[in-house]
Write a protein that binds this ligand. Structure first.
Ligand code: SIN
Length: 293
């Protein structure tokens, strides 16, 4: 296995405040540590990285993702890839018995991955094996990313002062379900594994020191010390602010894409604009993170 030399790597920023395409790297190879460090620097700086035309086995995806930290095993065990529990299958495809082979409605509300954990995920790596298309050939199932650091920067000084030190409650068990969701309800065991947790509404990135909003409707059910109605109103206002068009990168998928994002600096949203026989199949690895501060 040959190592990639660093001169091949190109970081091409996308034309939005977040996101960059990384060119010249084959993620299936055992990549030189110097190149990996350049990728990590680009990841911290741009929050979303896109790698085109990749061809990865589960082992190769796990090895690449594992450079950035230990990998989480998702609580929804039914959707873990057989033999590779580090991979969460995201898919609308059904098996011969009619069961979904993956999580059919992953990410269909704005969120950041596993924020309901004491130590939420640092980042996620999503690899596209099958992408649905419209009859005219247009790709479907785009994923949108919102930069929560530029969104924080643009808040008024009064709002920044008001949010300082506040903590929002993140709840996996009480989060809003996607309308028409076909996902099984959480079991007692899964609920016990995911108790509510409070995290700072404004978090400081552990590597860059940059502040970002870390709050969103649906999964955040309150703000500590604030009446519920006022808290929900504020959470909705901050979510609307984060998802303004100027903070968004919209990823239009191609088979073979690998997209990785920083869960400390982005929200994301999947677009459910396809249905069988339009098939969508992606493999997600989720990198452990630290306690948000
Ligand atoms: C996710 O939220 O991890 C899935 C995003 C997607 O399927 O586009």
């Amino acid at each position: 296995m040959s190592a990639v030399v660093s001169e091949e790597l190109r970081v091409v920023p996308l034309n939005v405040p977040i996101g960059a395409e990384i060119q010249g790297v084959d993620l299936s190879r055992d990549i030189d540590r110097g190149v990996m460090r350049q990728i990590e620097a680009a990841y911290d700086r741009h929050s979303v990285l896109v790698f085109r035309d990749q061809r990865l086995t589960p082992e190769q995806q796990i090895r690449f993702s594992g450079f950035f930290g230990p990998l989480e095993i998702h609580v929804l065990k039914a959707y873990l890839l057989q033999g590779h529990p580090e991979i969460l299958v995201v898919s609308n495809i059904r098996d011969d018995e009619g069961r979904f082979i993956g999580l059919p409605d992953a990410g269909q509300t704005w969120h950041t991955d596993t924020s309901y954990r004491q130590k939420p995920s640092r980042g996620s790596v999503l690899y596209a094996l099958e992408i649905p298309h419209a009859p005219d050939g247009r790709p479907l199932g785009d994923t949108l990313f919102a930069g929560t650091a530029p969104a924080y920067d643009d808040l008024s000084p009064e709002m920044k002062a008001m949010l300082a030190g506040k903590k929002a409650v993140h709840s996996y068990g009480r989060r809003k379900r996607v309308p028409g969701s076909q996902r099984a309800k959480l079991t007692r065991e899964q609920l016990d594994q995911t108790p509510d947790v409070a995290h700072p509404v404004v978090r400081t990135h552990p590597n860059t020191g940059r502040k970002a909003l870390y709050v969103f409707s649906g999964e955040c059910t309150g703000i500590e010390g604030m009446p519920e109605a006022r808290a929900l109103e504020l959470i909705a206002e901050l979510t609307e602010h984060c998802i303004r068009p100027e903070y968004i990168y919209r990823h239009v998928w191609r088979r073979g894409d690998v997209v990785m994002w920083d869960n400390a600096a982005t929200l994301h949203l999947a677009t459910p604009d396809y249905e069988l026989p339009q098939r969508r199949l992606l493999h997600r690895t989720t990198i452990e993170g630290g306690v948000p501060r």
